[in-house]
Ligand binder design. Structure first.
Ligand code: PEP
Length: 253
């Protein structure tokens, strides 16, 4: 079985001191043998990237950011570029999280620009897609996710898809305590895989990692990881609780 990717999205939580405490607990608690089954990634806020990077040196835990800007540099107050993330030690970057789409006006077009910039700089994108509750209830959820994937990948070549990760995160399951059931997750993973197959080919579809995100915790992770097509998880709330995050990793069979 291929390795899963377990990614923690810390969102706008933890100052530098709190980040140090969490990373120390994770590095002590995640034993080397766990990395046989998965890669582990943490995505702290920008202010904690450097300290996290230095604490992760010599460990197998990887570092990612939660966002980037598509321009190289310039007059974009408050934004952070791909090269800045690289210089802070990032290997991954989350792009198009539903909270950014919902609260910060992120569109399929800006998501696409960000993906292009990340790939140009050899940052591995974790593209987030997912439908709202209303879209699910209206029965348009498959089309919504298919369109999000297609728009995000406009102009991206098959070669650039090599290290690509897509997180299926139904908006109604993020931070709500509700999670999609196995049938819903595998159905959506199939839609995403088919879309990649249609855009590129079956090789690209097979090599793509598809994560599930939405209220994953140490009680539901075993079932989620055994769901067809799930290559790992993007974890918000539970990634801030070291015991919970480590138990999620341990639940991979
Ligand atoms: C997320 O932030 O991507 C997420 C899935 O959050 P939570 O696990 O808290 O639902």
């Amino acid at each position: 079985m291929r390795k899963k990717l377990i990614a923690g999205n810390w969102k706008m939580n933890l100052n530098i001191t709190d980040s140090e405490v969490l990373i120390k607990k994770l590095t002590e608690g995640i034993h080397d043998s766990y990395f046989d089954k998965c890669d582990v990634l943490v995505c702290p806020p920008f202010t904690s990237l450097m300290v996290t990077h230095s604490l992760l040196r010599g460990t197998k835990i990887k570092l990612g950011a939660q966002n980037l800007h598509w321009e190289k540099d310039g007059a974009y107050t408050g934004e952070v570029s791909a090269t800045m993330l690289l210089s802070a030690g990032c290997e991954y970057v989350i792009i198009g999280h539903s909270e950014r789409r919902q609260y910060f006006g992120e569109t399929d077009e800006t998501v696409n620009k960000k993906i292009k910039k990340a790939l140009e700089n050899n940052l591995k994108p974790i593209l987030c897609v997912g439908e709202s509750l209303q879209q699910r209830e209206e029965g348009i959820f498959k089309l919504v996710v298919e369109n999000q994937v297609k728009a995000a990948l406009e102009g991206i070549t098959k070669e650039q898809m090599k290290d690509f990760v897509i997180a299926y995160e139904p908006v109604w399951a993020i931070g709500t305590g509700l999670n999609a059931n196995s049938d819903q997750i595998s159905e959506m993973n199939m839609i995403i895989g088919d879309t990649i197959g249609e855009l590129y080919d079956s090789e690209a579809a097979v090599s793509l990692l598809i994560l599930y995100g939405g209220s994953v915790n140490d009680k539901n992770s075993e079932e989620i990881f055994s769901t067809c097509g799930v290559d790992g998880a993007l974890i918000g709330g539970a990634s801030l609780k070291p015991e919970n995050f480590i138990n999620i990793i341990k639940s991979i069979k």
